[in-house]
Design a binder for this molecule. Sequence first.
Ligand SMILES: Cc1cc2nc3c(=O)[nH]c(=O)nc-3n(C[C@H](O)[C@H](O)[C@H](O)COP(=O)(O)OP(=O)(O)OC[C@H]3O[C@@H](n4cnc5c(N)ncnc54)[C@H](O)[C@@H]3O)c2cc1C
Length: 459
Amino acid sequence: MEQTTLHDVEPSDYDVIIAGSGAGGLLTALALTANGKRVLVVEKESCLGGVWHGYWVDGFRVDHGLHVITRVTRGAFTRFMRTYLPTLPRFVLHEGWYFRVHDRVGTIPTSVGQTLQWPLTGLRGRLGLARIGAKIKTMKLEEMKRYKDITFLEFMKRNNATNQVILDVMQSAIYMAAGVGIDEASAYEALRTLKDTDKESSKLETIKKLLFGSTEYDEGYVIGGMQYLVEEVVKAINGAYLLNAPVRRITERDGRVRSITVGDTVIEHDCVVSNIPLWEMPRIVDSDRQETIDFFKRWSHMRITRGVTLWLGLDEVVVGDRKSRVIVHPTPNRWIVSVSSFDPSCAPAGKELVAIAMIAMEGKTLDEQVDMMKSNGLEKYHPEILEHIEMEHAQISYATRAALVPGQTDLDRPGPRTPVAGLYIVGTDTAGSGVGLQQAANSAQGVIQEILSHESPSL
Ligand SMILES: Cc1cc2nc3c(=O)[nH]c(=O)nc-3n(C[C@H](O)[C@H](O)[C@H](O)COP(=O)(O)OP(=O)(O)OC[C@H]3O[C@@H](n4cnc5c(N)ncnc54)[C@H](O)[C@@H]3O)c2cc1C
């Protein structure tokens, strides 16, 4: 895909126009290319990728956000990479989750045997964990759906699983996935995350896992970082893109999309995929039909997740392993990963790049949150990191556009279709199970199926 200018755009050169170049938009463009379509991607910012990108700071390559890709071997995102890129990027798996509760550190037990030896609680806590762990691991997806409208904390209480350490560790794990705590996260989404699958396993498989556990980690980092991934995807897309090109209007007439307006220029087209966040759509969609107006108004109230990421370039290798460390106490919990241990090319030779992430705190400035991240917990448990800082860079942003709270689980989202024929929506607030890039890939998959199955006369 090559950059073009508004002046050079000839609408009939493109089968589909994609408004917004976030992960959802680009993955849609990638799959459309594989299906023989040519796309025009229209992006309001000066680079492609939305919150999915990376850049260099003082010799260290940082991503926007601490991106550890989940379900590397079996998720939708990697499936997109495997299916549509000429060569599969190299993912390096992490060595597992290590939760610190005060002075004790433990991984997530994956079998009954491991649970009974879990170092983070006493015997009563372990027995309680074994009971609730077995219940979650053997639960069917259909049963999980019944809990979409209650919080995970409520689910735990209903099951008498109220040991504080277990709740605190769950809190840290769910925070990372749902972007909110267990007192807000939908039990359905939390259960799916903990069961770590979207597919049913056979009874035998589940029992085997409960007895023997599993050492397969399925989360990792990509060699080259997020920017590499975006560049590979962009290279593989057939079409053109516009930068610094805000879509101001998407116009519907007689129930069908007719055009998009970029700046002051109207581009007529009858197939548009919008990756613009749903909260912006009511002021962008120009329609004279109440059904359309109501649709976009209804879905514009999604609550988003916000994350803070602190990147620290260290003057020597201090952490040096591929563990995902979570400091559960003191709250707020935070997640520490040595990114250069996965991909040394993101730091100068002999140096280390460490990322620390947490959920953004309401009412605190970025500087205040950075101070908390550096002092609270880190000073006590990882003082060596703080002694070697050579580069420091902080970011704050939405991580996914729909927090996984009751009322906006994947079952509650609008899906790829809109009331406007030829207008589809994609992105992490529109549809798709999973979080982050998995969710973006799942939403793109939904759009592709819709577009290819019917509706647009030009397709
Ligand atoms: C802090 C952080 C940590 C993360 N960690 C992980 C992780 O560990 N694992 C993981 O899988 N994912 C992670 N992600 C999540 C993942 O990067 C995002 O969920 C995903 O990239 C969002 O994709 P989206 O399609 O919803 O698009 P967005 O990124 O929201 O893209 C929307 C695009 O539309 C453009 N746009 C908006 N309005 C207009 C307009 N009017 N005209 C034209 N263009 C417009 C925007 O500029 C943007 O490019 C993380 C993200 C962040 C920020």
